[in-house]
Design a protein around this ligand. Structure first.
Ligand code: SF4
Length: 466
């Protein structure tokens, strides 16, 4: 008798928007599904389960998830068993409303409930429309089950949620109150990733530098003291830092640990004190510049990137001029700038002085143009330097590769003759040219370390808000 063919493997497809926290949550869900024998597919038409991991930090991002949901819903006609889930911040924000709004949606999974996906699957597959939102005290987090993407960077959440109340931000609603992971757990996860072969670790949190040991006294500087010296850890990053929470002890860590990357993402949001007050940020531009001065005195090579919002309610021409002045003075290595987007449940939409859309758009254009000049200048200054690059992918032409410097700049470079370096490896590159958004160069030494050789997905995510 002919042996029975095994049933075809079930497949999942996940689409992710937003910040690194969402990216990691997608990796967590992927890991949980693979443990159930459900395999990934790059083609949603082949999927039995589609996960839309959404972002609600700006209205446009939230709309994208819904419009994609409309497209995927049509696939159900061909695959009646297909289940579609809305995950991430829009899921938390919308809850039951999402199920009412979209007939094709099977379940809603908030960011604090990601660890429950496997347990919920039987109910979902049986056809129940499941809602799992809110912020339970006990949460599943099995770091061993995370399907890490790419060999070059392992992400580790150290703090979830946010207790601040910036008037424009929806994160405290969608990600809930602050919740720190114990130091021992963080150290164990980082050690696990380094032993697995990751050269670079990125610590994540909406306000990553506000980490505190639950029930203890240790702060983020102490956490860096525990993590940075771990054997084999070549690069350590963290995102996103809140300026007011950055203490001199934390700055000192840049003098102590060479593997702390030459890069800090430090959102300022506006260059005007009046706007910062209306945003409820709790610092003035002078405080921010003092912090930059201290960081650069401690680590002269550090590159600082930032987030800026233009067109915030009440932003006058002179407020905007102040933002341009800050961009000139601070000399950011990169800038994530956005037009203000009113979010439900936040305080800012109630402020007067709405800025007309065309004015805000013009300000954004001017700001980005000014930043481009600064960036091009800073990048040109790097020509002739030798920089360590972590390879993140292959370039379009044979022999060309792409990677990131410790200061988080993208480098396109030619491999050294007779070598075949692969993603995940660290190499030394001589920079020939600096462009506004990248560097060009050539490899000058043999690979400094062996990576896992896997290919990077290369998503260019938004930073986590702070
Ligand atoms: S902008 Fe950052 S610090 Fe402010 S509420 Fe949002 S997540 Fe918290």
């Amino acid at each position: 008798m002919k042996p029975l063919a095994p049933p075809p493997a079930r497949r999942y497809f996940v689409e992710t928007w937003g910040c690194q926290m969402n990216e990691l949550d997608s990796q967590r869900m992927a890991g949980l599904l693979m443990r159930q024998g459900i395999l990934p597919t790059r083609d949603p038409r082949q999927a039995d389960l589609i996960l839309l991991n959404s972002c609600s930090v700006r209205e446009k991002a939230a709309q994208k998830a819904y419009s994609r949901l409309g497209e995927y819903r049509l696939l159900k006609a061909e695959r009646p068993g297909l289940r579609i889930g809305l995950c991430g911040c829009v899921a938390q924000q919308e809850g039951e409303r999402a199920l009412e709004r979209s007939r094709g949606l099977d379940f809603v999974l908030g960011p604090a409930r990601v660890g429950e996906l496997a347990a919920l699957l039987p109910r979902i597959q049986a056809g129940e429309r499941v809602i799992a939102t809110g912020f339970p005290e006990e949460r599943e987090y099995d770091f061993d089950a995370v399907a890490r993407e790419g060999a070059f960077k392992g992400m580790v959440t150290i703090i979830e949620g946010c207790d601040k109340r910036c008037t424009f931000c929806i994160v405290p609603t969608t990600r809930g109150p602050e919740r720190c992971r114990p130091l021992a757990e963080v150290v164990a996860e980082v050690r696990h990733l380094v032993e697995f072969g990751f050269h670079e670790i990125e610590l994540l949190g909406q306000t990553v530098n506000h980490w505190r040991e639950p029930g203890g006294d240790a702060d983020f500087a102490d956490l860096l003291d525990a993590v940075a010296p771990l054997p084999g850890l070549r690069r350590l990053r963290f995102v996103t830092s809140y300026p007011r929470d950055f203490t001199p002890r934390m700055v000192e860590r840049y003098a102590l640990y060479a593997n702390l990357c030459d890069y800090l993402h430090l959102p300022v949001q506006s260059g005007s004190d009046a706007v910062l007050r209306r945003m409820g940020r709790g610092y003035a531009v002078a405080d921010y510049l003092d912090l930059l001065g201290l960081l650069r005195a401690t680590r002269p090579s550090i590159a600082i990137s930032t987030d800026l919002i233009v067109g915030f309610p009440g932003e006058s021409d002179s407020d905007f001029e102040a933002t341009l002045t800050l961009v000139e003075r601070a000399r950011f290595s990169a800038l994530f700038a956005f037009r203000y987007s009113p979010r439900p449940g936040t305080a800012a939409p109630r402020l007067d002085g709405a800025v007309p859309t065309p004015v805000a758009e013009e300000r954004l254009r001017i700001l980005l143009a000014r930043q481009n000049e600064v960036q091009a200048e800073l990048n040109r200054e790097l020509a002739g330097r030798e920089m360590e690059v972590l390879i993140t992918g292959w370039g379009r032409e044979p022999g060309r590769l792409e990677g990131r410097t410790s200061c988080h700049r993208i480098v396109h470079f030619e491999a050294a003759a007779g070598t075949a370096p692969a993603p995940g490896e660290l190499v030394t590159v001589r920079i020939h040219r600096g462009l506004p958004h990248s560097l060009l160069g050539e490899q000058i030494a043999a690979p400094a370390g062996a990576g896992l050789g896997a290919r990077e997905r290369g998503t260019g995510r938004l930073p986590v808000v702070a």
